[in-house]
Write a protein that binds this ligand. Structure first.
Ligand SMILES: Nc1ncnc2c1ncn2[C@@H]1O[C@H](COP(=O)(O)OP(=O)(O)OP(=O)(O)O)[C@@H](O)[C@H]1O
Length: 249
């Protein structure tokens, strides 16, 4: 089987073995976590507040200098990260933000194409402050995808958006995902968001993945579909919430 530069087999994009992370001596955040993500697989990660979702994502992104711990982490060469805030540079125009650090004579053309893909053609010369929160997140997505990542890490990318914009962003992310086919790890509090978007949903609890649910709904995923509702109930139970509390975890 083919292997890439870091020795991963072609059938795996992410592999984590026996991952331990903590910030203090008395309380481990991740304890013995194993995880594999296949190429092009969309995985959502749920868990109560403080369960270690961001810690796991940051470990995969190599951004966890504050944490101590052991374990093997294998990720592909090209990894992009999006956060809840767009992290655009306010002194750079939109197109410059998208292509920042990107090499090659066609960087700007690729940046323009990425902006068109997220519905922002014509806004290349705008300043970040001239865009709405949703538009700024679109720019952040364009900046991630223009690098054609094999792995996209997303830490509550829609957490700060209003409900309507969030639904639109779900459609956009799913369309971008289908076109570019990166593996995705999406951290979210929103159970419905996880079911709408992911192929597989994991629930993190007490330092490890305690529940894993493949989303076997084909085509358009409708929250009013009884099968969707059943999966939601299952995941809410895994989060320790009753069926009557279904908005967020
Ligand atoms: N830099 C840090 N220094 C000290 N403790 C930290 C640090 N980052 C995270 N922690 C602690 O680690 C635990 C897990 O945090 P983490 O942010 O991974 O949880 P989370 O599941 O993403 O939470 P939330 O859903 O609220 O964002 C928390 O108890 C948090 O206080």
């Amino acid at each position: 089987m083919a292997t890439n530069a870091r020795g991963l087999t072609a059938a795996t994009t992410v592999r984590i073995r026996d991952l331990h992370r903590s910030f203090t001596d008395d309380r481990p955040v991740l304890s013995g976590l194993d995880l594999a993500i296949e190429p092009g697989e969309f995985v959502a990660l749920l868990g109560r507040s403080g369960s270690g979702k961001s810690t796991l994502l940051r470990a995969l992104a190599g951004l966890d200098q504050d944490a101590r711990g052991t374990g093997d982490i294998e990720v592909p060469e090209q990894v992009s990260v999006v956060f809840q805030d767009s992290r655009l540079l306010p002194w750079q125009r939109v197109l410059s933000n998208v292509v920042i650090g990107l090499k090659g004579p066609d960087a700007k053309a690729r940046g323009r194409e990425a902006l068109a893909e997220v519905g922002l053609a014509g806004r290349e010369r705008a300043w970040p402050r001239e865009l709405s929160g949703g538009e700024q997140q679109r720019v952040a997505l364009a900046r991630s995808l223009v690098r054609e990542p094999e792995l996209l890490l997303a830490d509550e990318p829609f957490g700060a958006l209003d409900a309507l914009t969030r639904i639109k962003m779900h459609g956009l992310l799913r369309a971008l995902y289908e076109r570019h086919q990166p593996a995705v790890l999406l951290v979210t509090h929103d159970v419905d968001e996880a079911i709408v978007l992911a192929d597989r949903v994991l629930v993190l609890d007490s330092g490890n993945v305690r529940t894993e649910r493949r989303i076997d709904l084909d085509g358009h995923r409708d929250p009013s579909d009884p099968r969707f509702a059943r999966i939601r109930t299952e995941l809410l139970a895994a989060l320790g919430l009753g069926a009557d509390l279904k908005e967020t975890a």
